[in-house]
Design a protein around this ligand. Structure first.
Ligand code: TYC
Length: 98
């Protein structure tokens, strides 16, 4: 008896959204405590993660915070930069393809 062919006739291509890195950039003016606060509030890092990311940027110049779809990465980076700017801090985040 011949078997039933259940294979789909066309391959369905699943497009995964491209991910973008949000990178925290060091500066000489933003207080460490404020950087940690922003990482917790906007990027949902816990205290330990926020401290490590902040100190890595402080020592190396920059550190990847997390990866997100493009619009999420851009919104989070913009919100974090704006929050810092409102307090007069020059804190910067960049968004880069993964
Ligand atoms: N370098 C800052 C200071 O000494 C702290 C800091 C850390 C600022 C990381 C920005 O991305 C940064 N007050």
């Amino acid at each position: 008896m011949s078997e039933i062919d259940l294979k789909p006739k066309q391959k369905t291509k699943v497009q995964r959204p491209k991910l973008y890195k949000v990178v925290l950039v060091n500066d000489d003016y933003t207080p460490r405590e404020f950087v940690v606060l922003i990482l917790k509030a906007e990027f949902r890092l816990d205290m330990a993660q926020a401290e490590v990311v902040m100190m890595t940027a402080h020592q190396k110049g920059a550190c990847v915070v997390s990866v997100y779809p493009k619009d999420v990465a851009e919104t989070k980076a913009t919100r974090a930069i704006d929050a810092a700017g409102q307090l007069g801090y020059p804190l910067q985040f960049t968004v880069e393809p993964e």
